[in-house]
Design a protein around this ligand. Structure first.
Ligand SMILES: Cc1cc2nc3c(=O)[nH]c(=O)nc-3n(C[C@H](O)[C@H](O)[C@H](O)COP(=O)(O)OP(=O)(O)OC[C@H]3O[C@@H](n4cnc5c(N)ncnc54)[C@H](O)[C@@H]3O)c2cc1C
Length: 403
């Protein structure tokens, strides 16, 4: 039987993440929204605490940690593992602040890429590093198979040349996982990811972007000019397997998309919780046990938003649970990201609408959450791209057949 409750083994972690979000992230949320590009130094202490919890085994992932399908741990029984733990704790942390979650040391999306694609030796070598992820280029966004950054083998190094834009944590992270092609003529199969350590000669952070939301998070333009990277920093196999195509690099998204969906769920939950309180203060009490059409228009609208939120949450939990149980989850990861990204934006903006001028002004965080949530429907694959992936999978069509 399907049990939709938070698994018992993860309840302590979820509670802990909620406490951290409430007591450590919320109080500094507005400060770093205003102080764009200032480093939230309070997060260092928090990161140390999370490291401590991970080392003690008390936590299976309290941030945007990497997730790996470890066949050796397959017990043959249904498990609720680190993927589920990660999405639930990420959602709680984003209930606190999405920009600050994205700024947490050692919890970058590059860490998920390493965890998904690295071999065991690399996993050990890059343990404890904070890794950003650099795919997007000036001429390449959704069409990530067309990247032009090159990596050419020269002795025991790869020489990387190209420009990456919109790299989350690109300035602050210890390293950046860079997508580059070994040979453009071999197509998408030749795209590999490389861990480039911060400070490597030839790697230059050109500038930071000013943004609508998630202002606590740094977003960098990075230029690579004859940047020499040790050959052993190519993640996974250097072989170009034309049959496997893009599958290796894309495997990263099966793990990161549910995490981004979880961010949207957390941010939207924050908006719903505050809006329900503000509506109650204004005399509109939402009754979850009565049909919407028998209540006020505001309450009915709120119930519809709750239903959207629940659908997104269940899809996200499903995608993570499938990864924990080693079931292919590309379809479900995209479904979760599409639904949560879309309803996340809709919910946060609708909450501003329901609360009127109180929602729109800086006295509350509702307007900030409406700004923060939009990016979650854009990065790691936009709404339209997720829908395209879902359609291709359901119809059994290739990317060449359905564009
Ligand atoms: C704050 C921020 C942080 C980011 N962080 C990172 C990061 O850490 N690493 C990284 O590599 N990138 C990052 N990105 C980049 C992000 O992943 C891209 O912006 C995203 O993939 C979309 O690419 P694009 O902006 O080039 O838009 P485009 O691909 O040009 O798309 C423009 C519009 O057209 C739509 N569209 C495109 N193709 C199709 C199609 N075939 N069918 C229908 N509609 C289509 C899109 O959905 C979108 O609405 C970040 C971006 C931002 C703003």
């Amino acid at each position: 039987m399907i049990n939709l409750e938070t698994p018992k083994k993860h309840r302590a972690l979820v509670d802990q993440a909620h406490q951290v979000a409430m007591n450590m992230l919320r109080p500094i949320s507005r400060k770093y929204d205003r102080a764009e590009h200032a480093y939230p130094k309070e997060l260092d202490m928090l990161a140390a605490m999370i490291d401590g919890l991970s080392e003690s085994g008390a936590s299976e992932g309290a941030g945007a940690t990497g997730v790996r399908r470890d066949e050796s741990k397959d017990s043959g029984t249904v498990r609720n593992g680190s993927n589920l733990a990660s999405v639930m704790s990420v959602a709680e942390m984003c209930w606190g602040d999405t920009g600050l979650l994205l700024s947490m040391p050692r919890q970058g999306l590059g860490n998920s890429a390493i965890a998904s694609v690295a071999n065991d030796e690399q996993l050990e070598r890059f343990k404890g590093r904070w890794a950003a992820m650099a795919i997007t280029e000036p001429g390449v966004g959704s069409d990530s198979a067309n990247i032009t950054t090159t990596a050419v083998l020269d002795g025991d190094h790869y020489v990387i040349n190209g420009e990456k834009i919109y790299v989350t944590s690109g300035d602050r992270a210890d390293s950046v996982v860079v997508w580059a092609t070994l040979d453009k003529s071999l197509g998408r199969a030749a795209i590999k990811s490389f861990v480039v350590e911060k400070g490597t000669p030839g790697m230059k952070v050109e500038r930071l972007e000013h943004k609508l939301g998630i202002r606590a998070s740094d977003t960098a333009v990075i230029i690579f000019t004859d940047c020499r990277v040790p050959a052993e920093n190519l993640l996974g196999s250097p072989e170009v397997d034309v049959k496997q195509g893009f599958a290796g690099a894309m495997a990263t998204f099966d793990n990161t998309r549910p995490l981004v969906a979880a961010m949207a769920i957390g941010c939207a939950r924050a908006s719903l919780d505050l809006t329900r309180d503000l509506l109650a203060e204004a005399g509109v009490v939402v009754d979850y046990d009565r049909p919407g059409q028998l209540q006020s228009a505001a309450a009915a609208k709120f119930l519809q938003l709750e239903a959207d939120w629940e659908g997104a949450q269940l899809l996200t939990m499903q995608a993570a649970w499938m990864a924990d149980n080693r079931k292919p989850n590309s379809l479900e990861a995209s479904m979760a990201k599409a639904k949560a990204g879309r309803v996340g934006s809709d919910i946060t903006l609708s909450c501003v609408e329901l609360c009127g001028s109180v929602g729109y002004s800086e006295g509350e965080l509702l307007e900030k959450w409406a700004r923060d949530s939009k990016i979650l429907d854009i990065f790691e694959g936009t709404q339209q791209i997720q829908q395209l992936i879902v359609a291709r999978r359901l119809l059994g069509l290739t990317s060449a057949q359905l564009k």
